[in-house]
Design a protein around this ligand. Structure first.
Ligand code: HEC
Length: 182
């Protein structure tokens, strides 16, 4: 019994020293040019998914979204998200290849996440990735409009997306939030 406890404590102390050594001696390669190793990548992604599921539980989404909300979400998406996440028939900006993790395409994110979970991800952002917290610069309404757009996205074909881009070209003026850094 005592040997068992002593073994556990020793293993814990060694693991702690090991983790400190990785930090102190710079052993983990933080270069974005090198992908995370498979285990770290899995751990970070699992942490992200479980954390969102745990924390989005208390958010109540509106019962349904309107076409106006989808259009408003599309306009924001075109201005601030498309370079990283692409769109139907649209690739991501070339420089995005240099991000680790590389931002995913979101064509099916409306199927993989509930509206409450999408709202949480957009409002809060994702630590240690390039995904910003949009709650810093957007109203609650604007965030729900983005959720409305992401929910509609699985059914938006490349042809319809191109049509939306023609009907709603990007605003020439910078977005209202530009320059409002805190
Ligand atoms: C600078 C690049 C960048 C910009 C701009 C950006 N994102 Fe992201 N986003 C990311 C990265 C990187 C991830 C991946 C996080 C991860 O894998 O843990 C991500 C993740 C997401 C996810 C979760 C993806 C999934 O299915 O797991 C959603 C949803 C999302 N972003 C929506 C948006 C929206 C909407 C905007 C615009 C308002 C936006 N992002 C702008 C980089 C970006």
């Amino acid at each position: 019994m005592w040997a068992f406890i002593a073994g556990g404590v020793t293993a814990g102390v060694l693991a702690g020293i090991g983790a400190l050594a990785v930090v102190e001696f710079g052993l983990y390669d933080i270069a974005a040019a090198q992908p995370h190793n498979k285990m770290v990548s899995w751990a970070i992604h699992q942490t992200f998914k479980k954390s969102v599921r745990l924390r989005a539980g208390s958010i109540s989404p509106p019962p349904s979204f309107t076409e106006e909300q989808v259009v408003s979400g599309f306009r924001q998406y075109q201005a601030d998200c498309m370079m990283c996440h692409g769109g139907p028939g649209i690739s991501r900006a070339a420089w995005v290849k240099g991000l680790e993790p590389t931002p995913p395409f979101l064509l099916d994110s409306g199927e993989r996440w509930t509206p409450a979970q999408l709202d949480y991800i957009l409002e809060e952002g994702v630590k240690m990735t390039a995904m910003p917290s949009w709650g810093e610069t957007r109203s609650r309404e604007q965030i729900w409009d983005l959720v409305a757009f992401l929910q509609a996205l699985p059914d938006i074909s490349p042809g319809r997306f191109a049509e939306m881009q023609r009907r709603f070209p990007p605003d020439k003026a910078p977005p209202a939030s530009a320059g409002q850094f805190r």
